[in-house]
Design a protein around this ligand. Structure first.
Ligand code: HEC
Ligand code: HEC
Length: 149
């Protein structure tokens, strides 16, 4: 009767210990050039999800995936899109620092940035540069009675 009790306690202790270790575990990122080296796993997930949602793409748009082995190499810089994304990160940081200093320089990852990937990309790989012409808009512009209002 006593044994199962101790076994249970042992398992509970193991679970608690492993949780404690995962809490302070260094995620071990190998190739960060823009993001802070001490970024937590949770922050990284949130940044990467923001990238994916902003461009409406999957991780594989920027990261190398070996389909046969089903292995990801997130640290690899082989994909051109990842390199472009890094330049975009630097540009976005600069925009915030130079033009929105209240949110830029002083900001860390937990602060909302004013200009984000989504500001321009809006769920598209390549942001649109001019408004889509819909017949209603054209009509609106040629309708003089509506010009002033
Ligand atoms: C638009 C491109 C893009 C998308 C989409 C993207 N990433 Fe990234 N990812 C990057 C860039 C750029 C870096 C490097 C950042 C740096 O240099 O500071 C990076 C770095 C990482 C790293 C750190 C790798 C290391 O060891 O250095 C991980 C992990 C990661 N991404 C996971 C993901 C996951 C998971 C997804 C999908 C949910 C994802 N990424 C989607 C561009 C992207
Ligand atoms: C100020 C507007 C702006 C912001 C902010 C911005 N981008 Fe971009 N991005 C662009 C434009 C414009 C293009 C298209 C460039 C071209 O066609 O040569 C582009 C292209 C890209 C591409 C290449 C897409 C392709 O199909 O080749 C990637 C990847 C990308 N951006 C990632 C990001 C990420 C990640 C962020 C946030 C860190 C970001 N961008 C923020 C304007 C922006």
């Amino acid at each position: 009767m006593k044994r199962p009790f101790f076994v249970t306690i042992g398992i509970i202790c193991l679970v608690i210990i492993s949780y404690a270790f995962t809490g302070i575990k260094d995620p071990g990122y190998k190739n960060l050039k823009v993001l802070p080296k001490n970024i937590t796993e949770q922050q990284m997930d949130s940044v990467m999800n923001h990238f994916s949602v902003s461009l409406n793409v999957e991780c594989g748009f920027c990261h190398v995936h070996n389909v046969e082995k089903d292995e990801w190499d997130m640290a690899s810089d082989k994909k051109k899109h990842k390199l472009v994304a890094r330049e975009m990160m630097t540009m976005t940081n600069k925009l915030n620092d130079q033009y929105f200093p209240y949110s830029g320089k002083a900001a860390n990852l937990s602060t909302a940035l004013t200009v984000t990937c989504y500001t321009c990309h809006n769920g598209q790989k390549e942001p649109v540069t001019k408004p889509v012409k819909v017949p209603e808009q054209q009509q609106h512009l040629t309708d003089t009675t509506k010009r002033n209002g």
